[in-house]
Design a protein around this ligand. Structure first.
Ligand SMILES: Cc1ncc(COP(=O)(O)O)c(C=O)c1O
Length: 387
């Protein structure tokens, strides 16, 4: 049996006719940049995210950059973010000329640890924002992080690239709560486009208008530039494709959750414990994702288990030989990346990040995954771990 880590062709097969009709509509209009498709997508996604405003843009990375720029983050400023995340989270801070301040994760949520965030905020001299990431589709502890941000007098900028549709521990939608939230439509995301795309949500009308200006070279009227912006517009083709997919998103996220719950139950039957139980606690040397506290809703952009670090590479190879695709998000904390070496972090500075980087293993969890494929993943991994 073959179980790829992601199979976008299966999703396309389901919506092919609607996607082609939407693409045709854009070609017939010959309007390719912003325009009515983007306006409609922004309205639909603002409603979906339970936010007042949504602003489409060119990518999740550019959404982060626009958000930080709109909030006035610049050279000499500091922004707290996790090290255990995709590069763009910290890259966007550095591209503003500011300094990412890397804080360790809570090993249960994989998001910023609120106590460590509070301690880091107290050490900062020019803190301008706190940037939590809702990693793997699970909401960070927003209530606690909001309290830290309030005490520090800075806004929260949410990186929701992996978590569209997720709800936090108070049942509120990601992107409907922070000062501004950023999303990505990279094709592999839960709501993926046919290329690059991104979005920002906010309840702040002035901030939304500022973001709209910044994405067209800081201009609100043609050839009049109030400030320095960039070209960060969303294509009409992307918006049209995303509008076809959006009505399916709740069902797709529910299918991901159903697979995750089935994985949890099957691995538990084989003796696995939920994270963050240490391997020393015994059982099958596999830790399933800790379920978030109700009424939170995890959208399982990734279903990530922990395996002993020294066995992970061999396990991946053996799974591949059985037709099972896996991936590692992320094998190295950003504080250990060469481009951030001038910041002076050393190995051992962020122990939970470094342990997660050694142990995490992402298994196939896309909505179209068939039950027998999932069962093959479980049987393969359990037999390899038992060997
Ligand atoms: C956590 C996180 N932040 C930011 C991004 C950047 O998004 P994009 O690839 O659309 O620029 C991604 C996705 O790749 C991501 O996973």
């Amino acid at each position: 049996m073959r179980v790829p880590v992601l199979d976008l062709r299966a999703q396309y097969a389901e919506i092919r006719d609607d996607v082609r009709a939407a693409v045709d509509r854009v070609f017939e209009s010959q309007g390719f940049i912003l325009g009515p498709e983007v306006d409609a997508l922004e309205r639909e996604l603002a409603a979906y995210c339970e936010s007042r405003f949504a602003v489409g843009c060119s990518s999740g990375s550019d959404a982060l950059l626009l958000a930080l720029q709109a909030l006035g983050v610049g050279p000499g400023d500091e922004v707290i973010c996790p090290s255990f995340t995709f590069f763009a989270t910290a890259g966007s801070i550095a591209r503003c000329g500011a300094t990412p301040v890397f804080v360790d994760i809570d090993p249960e949520s994989y998001a910023l640890d609120p106590a460590a965030t509070r301690a880091a905020a107290a050490r900062c001299r020019r803190l301008r924002a706190i940037l939590p990431v809702h990693l793997y589709g699970r909401a960070a502890d927003l209530a606690a992080l909001e309290a830290v941000a309030r005490e520090a007098g800075v806004p929260l900028v949410e990186d929701g690239a992996q978590a569209i549709g997720a709800r936090d521990a108070e049942g509120r939608r990601i992107g409907g709560r922070g000062r501004v939230a950023c999303f990505s439509f990279y094709p592999s995301k839960n709501l993926g486009g046919a290329g690059e795309g991104g979005l920002l949500t906010t309840d702040d009308a002035e901030l939304a208008a500022h973001l709209v200006r910044l994405r067209v070279h800081g201009s609100s009227r043609r050839y009049v530039h109030e400030e320095l912006g960039m070209n960060a517009r969303l294509d009409a083709l992307q918006a049209a494709v995303l509008r076809v997919k959006l009505p399916h998103l709740e069902r797709w996220n529910a299918a991901r959750r159903r697979h995750a719950e089935a994985y949890d139950a099957a691995f538990a039957r084989a003796g696995a414990l939920p994270a963050p139980a240490p391997f020393a606690a015994g059982g099958l040397p596999l830790r399933t994702p800790a379920p978030p506290p109700a009424p939170a809703l995890h959208v399982y952009h990734q279903y990530v288990v922990r395996v002993p670090g020294e066995r992970r590479d061999a396990l991946r190879k053996d799974l591949e030989a059985r037709g099972v695709g896996t991936d590692v998000y992320y094998p190295l904390g950003l504080h250990e990346q060469r481009c951030f070496a001038p910041l002076g972090y050393a190995s051992g500075d962020l122990p939970e990040t470094e342990r997660a980087a050694r142990e995490v293993l992402a298994l196939p969890v896309y909505p179209e995954l068939r039950d027998e494929q999932r069962e093959w993943v479980v049987a393969s991994l359990v037999s390899l771990l038992d060997a």
